[in-house]
Design a protein. Structure first.
Lengths: 249, 594
């Protein structure tokens, strides 16, 4: 495994995503999302590795947004949540600001975890969020992350619940002003027989984040090489004339 | 205490309703409102090209810290052969912290000695490392540091750099020392250094420790670029020892060491090209922070009314020093020479004015603002910027504390719930300079910035004839604002009551511009007011602005696109650090008189 610095990886991710055809706002945000997930222990680099083949094949567009029963539905058309979701997440935030609470579901989405960093940014405006999604490998396993934040930062609580029957393959988001309790309602028919399988509290996750943030990031050399190969696509071939464009005498 | 900068136009509706002057910015400073110069003045590209190094420049603040905190630097290894090749290690003890400066000297053919960042071999390569240095670490550095960009560092390394011997001065100084003579002062006036660095890397590149780590864990280098500046300072020290070593090898019986007065006058050279320019665009919050501290310093100083005889005499004396410095500055570029001569003429004139009792009496009554008004009317902006930094020297207690506020959290905020009309007004108010550019005119959209495959070197291309425009870097803020504004107007025509988020859902490509505008409306010194695609663009203005924050002197443009300059000329040498000396005597350094 290769060790790279936080800043070095961020710069490389931005350049690689730029090479995929995304604009400044999109590639800045996507790079931050990958790194943020990695630092928080949600495996951002692994998710990126899974998403890369598809990302290289075709550009991801913003999801189609519809509004049904007081909830937003974001259809990603089998695309990754890495790109195109910032306006949609901002829309969820604006609706929470207007109505106190807003709900959204993300459907037909790969790597839905990438919405977490976007929601972290929203929560730093004094909001809290609940995000839950079934595991891609095990539809009876439900990941449930609660975020709460303010200008000083964000607090993260992550649990894995085991359900007694397969859950819908959607990612559900709720955003509200800070202070709302987003614990699962066990009496709800939505969560039949949930039992807690794993819990990573804020203190544990913050410690992990701090440790990773202040040291190097470990990355698979293959992925690093792939990102570098991609990034080279934004570079322009050198010629004698181009050298004069940098001031050669 | 200084609070973050606020701006009258943060609320567009207030601005519309009350007709507040959009050109002013205020901060709360020590409980009082302090009016700063407007961004339209401060961030004008041509004015940025007249900026001078000041007490707040990073080299100055570093040297102050080195003296005030009594840093101790000792040589722990000096293993050079008779050609001056080998390695040296210096240990810095700064309070409870320790660092190592490691330098490698390798043979280099004259034909391969090149200032360009795309070079692959250098006379000297070096690194600044935190903590102690084990044999295994030193071996890793031996392998990787000479490779520079092609090597891999670990996160104990803070800075990586390289340098070449000066063709004009290095051998000449060795020969003089070997003959028992001190270096030729007249030659040093022309080339005030022995070695010239061509790149200084930090901030996590090539595996090194990131800036956030340095800022948090390395107290001695907690302010921006202080590690990089220290590396150049140590290079200067090593370059003097290297010529002394070579002189001794050549003629052990007659060789002398460099006199301390001359050693202080020897700086370190630097060659800088377009690579510096993207930083100014990519870090608007940081740039705003730097400019704000400088403007706060200026506002504090201009508010003083104690223009008494001692202070006016000091100013006169400093102007004399500036003139001497400029007379000793040799540059090839005719336009830069002309600017230096104009500045000398203005200094001469102001010195004469300051000898007139009536003029001084007027200032004594009215304060420094009256002097500023006089300078603006009589000489123009280059002299104005020069006098500002000289006034800083008169009030160190008002200026120096601001050096601790040079770091910034660089995030850009998005307010998606703002009405689109409000955002439109913000654009019209704060980015009128951008909206006034006619991008339909090909001359205003002529150039593009791109990264070359050669070490990702930033270069400028001409859209009309150069390849690569489809891969241009996002450097054109003004054009982005124009495109965003047009898209917003079209959207508002259909959806007059819409919010920013409504617009972004349909125009996700405008996210970066919206975020930048919303953030920088509260940080008015963040964006440089110039069109970086204009056919008549002078990139040198960008380089000068950033280099002034570093604190370089002897600004010597070699073309429109790159410049040589001198760092640390006149600064205290290592032997001075343990003495109780004024660490700030070295602004606009002049040649020693022996």
């Amino acid at each position: 495994m290769l060790r790279v610095s936080y800043g070095e990886l961020l710069a490389q991710l931005k350049q690689s995503f730029e090479a995929l055809g995304y604009n400044l706002g999109e590639y800045d945000s996507a790079a931050t999302c990958v790194l943020s997930l990695e630092l928080w222990g949600f495996g951002g680099l692994g998710l990126l590795e899974a998403a890369l083949p598809s990302l290289e094949l075709h550009k991801q567009w913003a999801p189609a947004v519809t509004y049904e029963s007081n909830a937003l539905i974001l259809d990603c058309f089998q695309g990754s949540a890495l790109f195109g979701l910032i306006p949609s997440i901002e829309l969820i935030y604006v609706k929470a600001r207007q109505h106190g609470l807003s709900r959204a579901t993300l459907v037909n989405c790969t790597e839905p975890e990438f919405v977490l960093p976007l929601l972290m940014q929203v929560c730093q405006r004094g909001y809290c969020a609940s995000v839950r999604w079934p595991s891609a490998d095990d539809p009876e396993s439900l990941r449930w992350v609660v975020l709460e934040g303010d200008v000083t930062g964000v607090r993260v609580d992550s649990k894995i619940w085991q359900a007694s029957e397969p859950l819908d393959e959607t990612l559900c988001i709720e955003v509200a002003k800070s202070g709302v309790d987003f614990s699962p309602d066990h009496s709800s028919s939505e969560f039949p027989g949930l039992s807690l399988q794993g819990h990573w509290g804020n203190a544990e996750l913050q410690a992990l984040f701090e440790e990773r943030y202040m040291s190097s990031v470990t990355i698979d050399p293959w992925l690093w090489g792939r990102l570098q190969d991609l990034g080279r696509q934004v570079l322009v071939s050198a010629t004698e004339k181009s050298r004069s464009g940098a001031g050669a005498e | 205490m200084t609070t973050p900068i606020t701006d009258h136009y943060t609320s567009a509706q207030d601005a519309i309703g009350q007709g507040v002057d959009p050109t002013l910015s205020t901060v709360i400073d020590g409980g009082c409102a302090l009016t700063l110069r407007p961004a339209v003045v401060v961030m004008d590209l041509e004015r940025l090209g007249t900026m001078q190094p000041s007490r707040l420049s990073f080299m100055r603040t570093l040297v102050r810290r080195m003296v005030q905190e009594a840093w101790r630097i000792t040589e722990t290894r000096f293993a050079l052969d008779d050609e001056g090749h080998g390695e040296a290690v210096y240990c810095l003890k700064a309070g409870s912290e320790s660092y190592q400066f490691v330098v490698f000297s390798r043979p280099l053919e004259d034909a391969l000695r090149n200032d360009r960042v795309i070079s692959n071999q250098w006379d000297l390569t070096m690194a600044l490392v935190r903590g102690d240095l084990s044999d295994a670490q030193l071996e890793q550095l031996r392998i990787n540091v000479p490779l520079q960009e092609a090597g891999r560092m670990d996160d104990n390394v803070l800075v990586l750099s390289r340098a070449n011997r000066s063709f004009r001065s290095f051998d000449a100084v060795v020969a003089r020392l070997a003959a028992g003579l001190q270096p030729d002062i007249e030659r040093l006036k022309v080339v005030g250094y022995l070695c010239r660095t061509t790149a200084v890397y930090g901030s996590g590149k090539f595996g090194m420790a990131g800036w956030h780590v340095v800022k948090t864990n390395c107290r001695s280098f907690r302010t921006p670029f202080s590690g990089e500046m220290f590396t150049c300072y140590m290079l200067r020290h090593f370059s003097c020892l290297q010529v002394e070593h070579l002189a001794h090898v050549q003629s052990p019986g007659t060789a002398v060491t460099i006199a301390p007065e001359i050693k202080r006058y020897i700086g370190i050279g630097n060659a800088t090209g377009l690579g510096m320019a993207p930083f100014l665009i990519k870090h608007p919050v940081l740039i705003s922070h730097w400019m704000t501290q400088r403007e706060i310093a200026l506002a504090r100083v201009l508010n003083q009314t104690d223009c008494d005889a001692p202070k006016l005499n000091s100013l006169q004396s400093m102007l004399g020093q500036v003139m001497q410095h400029l007379r000793e500055t040799t540059v090839d570029a005719a336009y830069q020479n002309s600017r230096n001569q104009s500045l000398i003429a203005a200094c001469l004139d102001l010195v004469a004015k300051l000898s007139e009792p009536a003029f001084c009496a007027g200032l004594t009554g009215a304060g420094w603002k009256a002097l500023q008004t006089f300078i603006v009317a009589r000489y123009g902006r280059a002299m104005e910027e020069l006098v500002h930094v000289l006034l800083f020297e008169l009030y160190p207690h008002l200026v120096d504390p601001l050096e601790e506020a040079m770091a910034a959290d660089e995030s850009l905020d998005l307010d998606s719930g703002m009405t689109l009309v409000e955002l439109l007004v913000l654009l019209e108010t704060h980015y009128d300079w951008a909206l006034n550019i006619d991008f339909e005119d090909p001359n205003h959209h002529a150039l593009f910035w791109y990264r070359s495959e050669e070490k990702m070197e930033p270069r400028l291309g001409d859209r009309a004839c150069d390849a690569g425009a489809e891969r241009e870097m996002p450097m054109l803020i003004a054009l982005g604002v124009r495109q965003c504004f047009d898209a917003m107007q079209q959207f508002l025509a259909k959806e007059p009551d819409s919010l920013v988020i409504d617009f972004l859902i349909g125009h996700p490509d405008q996210l970066a511009t919206v975020r930048r505008v919303q953030t920088l409306c509260g940080l008015p010194y963040g964006d440089i007011r110039g069109n970086l695609s204009d056919r008549n663009l002078e990139p040198m203005h960008l380089l000068r602005a950033k280099l002034s924050f570093f604190g370089v002197g002897k600004f010597d443009p070699k073309s429109k696109l790159w410049v040589r300059n001198t760092m640390f000329q006149g600064a205290p040498i290592i032997e001075d650090l343990s003495h109780d000396l004024n660490p700030d005597h070295w602004y606009f350094p002049t040649a020693p008189v022996l």
